[in-house]
Design a protein around this ligand. Structure first.
Ligand code: NCD
Length: 305
């Protein structure tokens, strides 16, 4: 039995296999509509979510399975003081696979150690978000036709942005990838990613505070929200929240085939006027997120067409 806690739990070949499967599901959804009949997915969300939870649930329903779960901790026995361990031991009796989101870094890993069914990390605090990375990789693959030889600008909250940490881990396995890390000083990529992931790999990376200077070089711009819920001090959040706002004016000087990604939700960091620009890919990411999660559920439940 396998869990999916960290993007590094999958090899490059397995990630590429999931992308191929997701693309086949997109082309032939009817062929997969009953494949998980009789199986149940539990979504245990201890933190807010729109896309991740609903795309997991839609994914399982579109595979012919069923879903159960909760979308806030205070509607479960956690509000009475129950531990994650006991919650997981309970849910294993009712579900064949579990997707868990939790504000504490490492909670999904702990859950996987207590679980008799596959556990998927649907986001743990400011740490990792590997299924968003799968959606990002599918988007990049569809937009660019490759995952290597790309210059990727990651902009915004690189400190607390868990999607950034998982995406950097995944993309650093590909040849010819260069990262431009664009953030205010206070929201720089944490040392454990900078040294632990980037230093060990043969990737080039630079840090800057200047989005406009970086833009002409980029093949991909990955914008992120400043993660309000991770700040200790509201004044710091207010000072930093509008550090970068992407608008049409800033987009004048880019490669014509730039792809703009964002895991969403967006607050202020991309003007809505950018949404109709052909370079904007963030709603495609939303769509692809369901298909890649269908592929992941099939893999972890070991069901094949
Ligand atoms: C992200 C998350 O939850 O980390 N959203 C998502 O799952 N698509 C990004 C964010 O909340 O800013």
């Amino acid at each position: 039995m396998r869990h999916f806690i960290d993007i590094a739990d999958l090899t490059k070949e397995e990630i590429e296999g999931l992308i191929t499967l997701a693309e086949d599901i997109m082309r032939h959804p009817d062929g997969y509509a009953q494949i998980c009949r009789g199986k149940k997915l539990a979504t245990l969300f201890f933190e807010p979510s729109t896309r991740t939870r609903l795309s997991f649930e839609a994914a399982m329903l579109d595979l012919g399975g069923a879903v159960l779960g909760f979308s806030q901790a205070d509607s479960s026995s956690v509000a009475k003081g129950e531990s994650v361990s006991d919650t997981i031991r309970t849910v294993c009796y009712y579900a064949d696979i579990i997707a868990i989101r939790h504000p504490k870094e490492g909670a999904p890993l702990l859950a996987s150690q207590r679980s008799s069914v596959p556990v998927i990390n649907a986001g743990d605090g400011g740490h990792n978000h590997p299924t968003q990375t799968l959606a990002d990789l599918l988007t990049i693959h569809r937009e660019k036709g490759r995952l290597g030889n790309l210059t990727i600008g990651l902009c915004g909250d690189l400190k607390f942005g868990r999607t950034v940490h998982s995406l950097i881990t995944a993309m650093s396995c590909y040849e010819g990838v260069k990262f431009i890390l664009i953030s205010p000083e206070e929201l720089r990529l944490p040392g454990y990613v900078r040294h632990g992931v980037l230093a060990g790999k043969n990737v080039e990376w630079v840090e800057t505070r200047d989005l406009e200077c970086a833009l002409p070089e980029l093949d991909i711009l990955y914008m992120t929200r400043v993660q309000k819920e991770r700040f200790f001090n509201e004044a710091d959040y207010i000072r930093l929240k509008d550090s970068f706002i992407l608008d049409q004016d800033k987009l004048k000087n880019t490669k014509p085939d730039l792809s703009i990604l964002h895991p969403l939700p967006r607050v202020n960091e991309i003007s809505v006027k950018v949404d109709d620009d052909p370079r904007a890919c963030y709603f495609k990411q939303v769509e692809y997120g369901k298909f890649i999660r269908m592929a992941l559920i099939m893999m972890l439940l070991e069901v094949q067409k």
